[in-house]
Design a protein around this ligand. Sequence first.
Ligand code: HEM
Length: 456
Amino acid sequence: MSQDLLNLPHPNPVTALEEYGSDRLGFMQRCTQDYEGIVPLKFGDEWFCLLSNPDYITQVLKDRMLFIKAAETQQLSGILGNGLLNSEGDFWLRQRRLAQPVFHQQQINSYAAMMVGYTQRMLETWQDGEVHDVHEAMMRLTLNIVMKTIFDQDVEDTAAGSIAHTLDVAMNWVEYQEAKNVMGALTEIGELRSPSADMPSEDIDQRLQEAIALLDETVYAIIQQRRASGKTGKDLLGMLMQVEDADDGSRMTDKQLRDEAATLILAGHETTANALSWTWMLLAQNPDVREKLNAELKTVLNGRTPTLADLPQLTYTNWVIKESMRLYPPATDVSREATQDCEIGGYLIPKGTTLIASQWAMHRNPRYFSEPELFQPERWANDLEKQLPRGVYFPFGDGPRVCIGKSFAVMEAVLLLATIAQKFQLDLVADQNIELQPSITLRARHGIQVVLKAVA
Ligand code: HEM
């Protein structure tokens, strides 16, 4: 017989709320280490469960029917609509199958030269001694790459500006919703604190609507242009436009095309840009790792721009990216909601319970990683990933809803890192405040300022 979740040890609800409100990532990490298995957390009237056992994480991520995307993900539907990240059931499956060919390894391989080409174009504008916000630079570069992949076109500055603005507002909006929820829950239990000074203002809803309108304008303009041209094209947009419904032969509406495109634009560049931005920070903070990386690049490439064929030799470069995503996973957690009463680890999980798997906490768990706070790419030698229990390292999620862009992103990150590091060393501007902004993804709130040093 299954046991009651509430028999499990769990943190005091008031202190838990306070800690969660002030340091969400640290709180998840402490809970994961202090309580093994399932950690019931009460926020207001609702129970959440943080999963700290890798088997339970795998069980939940594998079963897309029993565990659907939780409200946390669904709140993105205002921005992303019913695109691949948010949709469910048979509709999701159909859309996933449609988009899959664009992400097949063979297809992805054909993007390698394009990725390096855009990077070289960026590097032509960089000069020794300049100060850049590397987060902003990586965002623009990965946006160029994803737009070329989806729409086979270069992004104009205005469109890039609109997309960046929408993302900034969306990040703040999600943070605001979280803060509001925590405050609401504290009020309910008579523990109201005054709102934090840096909490975004109330007009954030209005700003979000305006930002969504700007994104719509950009994406619909591209769809209209394509329809007007009478051409379909071999890019993702073209493929989606040609698909006919098996039952009634209808084509995808502009709204559905918009939702899929907006999802891929946003999910497909912000995450990789964050992975690279944190990598530059870590390399600057760990000169010994940077030296080893440069040594590999010299041996394998000797100043040449990397190609697809070089990827198998760029082992250390690959470990650098893996290790960077361990410490700073671009998605810090994934959550699901139980659609029925069920059992995990002998405990009854009531229908409607939200289950959270935190990459941030599992990736820093000393049970699985020695000296987990250190940046040590060589820990990935001897195929560590295969030796770890499934559910410990999952920057791209797992199961049927695993990131569709996983191979694309890894190839992109390795190629961009290898191309840039051969031309410039990026040193951190001293005394800057690099603050984590855990929102939809894990960003550096004020960017990361670096000084460029041309490699002789
Ligand atoms: C380092 C880069 C990336 C990271 C860390 C990342 C992470 C993730 C994670 C954790 C999920 C699963 C979310 C969940 O289970 O709730 C996901 C899903 C998704 N990602 Fe990525 N992602 C990255 C790059 C990309 C790229 C390059 C694309 C597309 C070009 C992309 C498109 C998507 C889409 C469409 C989904 C939803 C898939 C589905 O539910 O069928 N991602 N990503």
